[in-house]
Design a protein around this ligand. Structure first.
Ligand SMILES: Cc1cc2nc3c(=O)[nH]c(=O)nc-3n(C[C@H](O)[C@H](O)[C@H](O)COP(=O)(O)OP(=O)(O)OC[C@H]3O[C@@H](n4cnc5c(N)ncnc54)[C@H](O)[C@@H]3O)c2cc1C
Length: 287
C-alpha cells in the first residue's frame, strides 16, 4: 500500500511529489508523463522565483529534469475514480487500482464543464474510463461523448463490447471506426434516466442508451470522489490543504484562485507536509 497517490502532474503535483520524496514517503505520481499542458503554454513567466523570464516550455523541462534527478517516475495515465476502503483509498486508473493511505488532488481546473446529468449519473451509467468499465456494456447500446482525437482509441475499445456506440465527437477530424460505431450529428445536452442512465438528450432529439462514456483529457477532483466539499467549483481546503475528507488533500488551481505557479507549488508542498503529519497520526493510532 502506498503512503500517497498524487493525482496530476502540474506545478502542484510535481511540488508535492518532490516534498514527499524528501520526506521519504512511498508514493505514486499519476498523470501525464510529459506534465500538464498548461505548464508548457506560458510564453514567458515573470513571477516565478529562481527562473527569471522562463518560458513555459523551459519550466516544464526544469520540472522534468528535477523529477528525474530525484528518481521520481510518473505513472502515465489518468485517475478515473477514488473509492474509500478500510485502510484508506483505492485510486482507479486505466492500468491499475492503486491502494493508498492518502490522496493529494492536484488536477488543476477542469476546462470542460460537465453536461447536465453527468455528475448525477456518475457510477450509475456514466463513466470516464472505457478500459475500466467498457466490459459492463457487452451487447448494450452506449453513447461516447469524446472531446479530443487522443481519446479515439477508447472508442475502438468500447466498440469491441457494445452492440452500438453512438459517438458524439466534439472535435474536428474524426477517424474511422468499426461498423457498430455511429457518428451522431447532434450535440449532447443532457443525460437522463431513473436509477440508471436511460437516454442522452441532444439539440436534435434524444437517443436511448444504457450507458454514457465521457471521454476527456482528465477529470479533476470533484468528479472523482463523492462527498468532496466545494465552493464555486473549487475544492474547499484549510491552511493545511486538508479537504473535508480525512486523508484527502488538495493543492494548486483546483483549490481556487489565484491560478499561479507559485501558489500551486506552495500548496503542493503544504499538502505533502500535511500528508506526513496525517500518516504519523495514523501510526500512533490517532484519528
Ligand atoms: C497560457 C498560460 C499562461 C500562464 N502564465 C502564468 C504566469 O506567467 N505565471 C503564473 O504564475 N501562472 C501562469 N499560468 C497559470 C499556471 O499555468 C497554473 O496556475 C498552474 O499550471 C497550476 O498548476 P496545477 O498543478 O494546479 O494545475 P495544472 O497545471 O492544470 O496541472 C494539473 C494536471 O492534472 C491533470 N489531471 C486532471 N485530472 C486528472 C486525473 N483524473 N488524473 C490524472 N491527471 C489529471 C491535468 O490534465 C493536468 O495535467 C498560466 C497559464 C496558462 C494557461
Amino acid at each position: 500500500m502506498y503512503d500517497c497517490v498524487v493525482i496530476g502532474t502540474g506545478a502542484a503535483g510535481v511540488s508535492a511529489a518532490l516534498t514527499l520524496k524528501s520526506l521519504d514517503k512511498n508514493f505514486i505520481l499519476l498523470g501525464k508523463a510529459s506534465l500538464s499542458v498548461k505548464i508548457g503554454r506560458a510564453e514567458v513567466v515573470k513571477n516565478y522565483p529562481g527562473l527569471p523570464s522562463v518560458t513555459g516550455a523551459g519550466m516544464r523541462d526544469a520540472f522534468l529534469a528535477q523529477l528525474a534527478a530525484e528518481g521520481i517516475e510518473i505513472l502515465n495515465g489518468k485517475a478515473t475514480g477514488i473509492f474509500k476502503t478500510d485502510g484508506g483509498f483505492t485510486v482507479a486508473c486505466e492500468s491499475a487500482a492503486l491502494e493508498c493511505r492518502t490522496v493529494i488532488l492536484a488536477g488543476g481546473v477542469e476546462a470542460i464543464k460537465p453536461i447536465a446529468g453527468e455528475r448525477e449519473f456518475l457510477g450509475r451509467g456514466v463513466s470516464y474510463c472505457a478500459t475500466c468499465d467498457g466490459f459492463l456494456y457487452r451487447g448494450k447500446d452506449i453513447a461516447a461523448v469524446v472531446y479530443s482525437k487522443d481519446e479515439e482509441h477508447e472508442v475502438e475499445f468500447l466498440a469491441k463490447f457494445a452492440a452500438r456506440v453512438c459517438l458524439f465527437p466534439l472535435y474536428k477530424g474524426v477517424g474511422e471506426f468499426a461498423d457498430n460505431v455511429e457518428i451522431m450529428s447532434g450535440r449532447p445536452l443532457k443525460i437522463e434516466g431513473g436509477d440508471r442512465v436511460e437516454r442522452v438528450v441532444t439539440d436534435g432529439g434524444e437517443i436511448a442508451v444504457d450507458g454514457v462514456f465521457m471521454l476527456k483529457d482528465a477529470t479533476a477532483g470533484v468528479g472523482l470522489l463523492n462527498g468532496l466539499k466545494t465552493k464555486d467549483g473549487s475544492i474547499t481546503v484549510n491552511r493545511g490543504c486538508e479537504t473535508n475528507i480525512a486523508g484527502v488533500f488538495a493543492a494548486g488551481d483546483c483549490t481556487g484562485r489565484p491560478y499561479q505557479y507559485a501558489k500551486a507549488v506552495g500548496e503542493g508542498n503544504v499538502a505533502a507536509h500535511s500528508v506526513n503529519a496525517y500518516l504519523a497520526r495514523l501510526k500512533r493510532g490517532e484519528k
